[in-house]
Design a protein around this ligand. Structure first.
Ligand code: HEC
Length: 138
């Protein structure tokens, strides 16, 4: 048998198959609940630059007010909360997409807890208490 013909006969179906696989739509990555799957690497600059969450929530999301690590919100709750914050001190981010917030959430989940809780630092706790009292007195 002619080798070239053989090669073509073997190759053709696999090329066609390769095209099919490339063209078939890949399903969007989703969690069981329907929320997008986050990417922690994309989340880091979103947290510290794009959306400036860092400005209030602090270094590693645990030295600001309020600390976000450990992040105990489930993903869906986190997305809903940040898009329409019911808390007066926390701005809403209605323009941040579910994917953006899933990325930030994934990033928060990777941050190790290493700052002690405020209540373990009496000096810091006093500073925050006075700050809150001053704000309330305004
Ligand atoms: C202007 C300051 C500010 C910015 C910017 C900010 N936050 Fe907040 N956030 C707060 C404050 C203050 C609270 C606590 C609100 C309260 O208790 O009234 C809070 C609360 C939260 C909570 C709830 C925490 C809890 O323990 O219930 C989450 C989650 C959160 N912020 C996420 C984010 C994310 C994500 C971003 C960026 C997209 C962000 N925040 C940007 C000030 C801010």
């Amino acid at each position: 048998m002619n080798m070239r013909k053989l090669a073509r006969a073997l190759l053709a179906p696999s090329v066609a198959l390769g095209l099919l696989v490339a063209v078939a739509p890949s399903p969007a990555q989703q969690n069981a609940g329907g929320a997008p799957v986050g990417n922690a690497e994309r989340g880091r600059p979103l947290f510290s630059d794009t959306y400036n969450c860092y400005a209030c929530h602090g270094f590693d999301a645990q030295t600001g007010e309020r600390r976000l690590v450990p992040m105990n919100y489930p993903l869906e709750g986190f997305i809903t909360f940040v898009q329409n914050s019911p808390l007066p001190q926390m701005p809403s981010f209605p323009d941040a997409s579910a994917q953006t917030l899933a990325d930030i959430w994934a990033y928060l989940k990777t941050i190790p807890v290493d700052a002690p809780p405020v209540n373990d630092l009496p000096l810091l706790r006093d500073v925050l208490t006075r700050k809150n009292q001053a704000a309330a007195a305004k």
